[in-house]
Design a binder for this molecule. Structure first.
Ligand code: PSU
Ligand code: MN
Length: 306
């Protein structure tokens, strides 16, 4: 038996055949400070509901993969200490040991697929870190996209990464990268990375149809939808790039490595921008939740009429 525990809201949605959107929990425990993490998690769930789907925030608690958290569980997780950051490598061990774990993009994709959820919204995926040619630091998120059939809606890879290398790796592994409504790939806090997107789609129906077509062709892996941050919340590249440079230097000076790199950089950039990076992060996640809900609705309509 797969150790899944559905929240009452998600169980009801499944019984009624309603569209569900998966949400990750590492962004709550390792990506944002308290209490903004809790406020954001609640607002993202509500954005999914307002857009006509049901949110399923995913985390590991007491030997179970929770598909959907109650508000009390969300409140507890947002303040919990010693939460493991789970990727593909740690998921089973965390469950077996009965520890608390927050799912990254990679682990959330695995859990969503186990629960029959096709669409997942996050902020920015992990990718190839700068200096990867010596550190070999490449996020497991990329390889998960190559093997698990979930459509992931993000605002691009986080701009702390080496973006050209990140998208080269995705191309090598056969992951469709779709820019939503524009020709170039967005860069998380900024609307553009300057890199042309391999694919462009302008509506949720096309993204849903491509998701279904991959399944019909028997292709493994998911799709990456990159949705630009709303213009009003954007931090232009010229402003954020020097901040990222400073944060990277600080990380190097303090010998931050492995799983700690991304949380350290996000926290440092938050301090250096006096909170502006967090406001942008919140705005882009909400925007992604709305698009993911629209895609999930389209996929579920097509499934019901197939
Ligand atoms: N999106 C955000 N903030 C985050 C993350 C995504 O807006 O903190 C998390 C995701 O869980 C993603 C992880 O999988 O950062 C990447 O971590 P790493 O680079 O260590 O693979
Ligand atoms: Mn890493």
């Amino acid at each position: 038996m797969t150790p899944l525990a559905f929240s009452p809201e998600v169980a009801a949605a499944r019984a009624a055949g309603r569209p569900v959107v998966a949400l990750e929990s590492t962004i709550i425990t390792h990506g944002m400070p308290y209490p903004q993490n809790l406020q954001t998690a609640r607002a993202v769930e509500q954005a999914v509901r307002d857009a006509g789907a049901v949110p399923a925030t995913i985390a590991v608690i007491a030997h179970r993969i929770h598909i959907g958290l109650t508000d009390a569980e969300l409140d507890w997780l947002a303040q919990a200490k010693d939460v493991m950051k789970l990727s593909r490598a740690d998921l089973a061990a965390c469950l077996a040991m009965g520890r608390t774990g927050a799912t990254t993009v990679a682990a959330t994709m695995i859990c969503a697929h186990l629960a029959g959820i096709a669409v997942f919204a996050t902020g920015g995926i992990g990718g190839v870190h700068r200096g990867a040619e010596s550190s070999f630091d490449i996020s497991a998120d990329l390889l998960e996209l190559a093997q698990t059939p979930v459509t992931v809606v993000c605002a691009g890879a986080k701009a702390i990464l080496d973006l050209p290398k990140t998208f080269e790796v995705l191309e090598t592994h056969g992951v469709p990268v779709i820019a939503y409504g524009q020709d170039d790939i967005p860069a998380f806090w900024s609307r553009t990375s300057g890199l042309p997107a391999p694919l462009r789609m302008d509506n949720a129906a096309d993204i849903a149809a491509a998701h279904r077509m991959r399944a019909r062709l028997g292709l493994p892996g998911g799709q990456l939808v990159t949705n630009p941050i709303p213009a009003a919340a954007e931090i232009p590249r010229a402003i954020i790039l020097p901040v990222i440079e400073t944060a990277l230097q600080d990380a190097a000076a303090r010998r931050i490595a492995a799983k700690a790199v991304t949380p350290f950089l996000l926290q440092r950039i938050y301090e250096l921008t006096e909170g502006r990076s967090l406001d942008a992060n919140i705005a882009l996640v909400l925007n992604n939740a709305r698009l993911a809900a629209a895609i999930a609705q389209r996929i579920s309509t097509e499934e019901n009429t197939a």
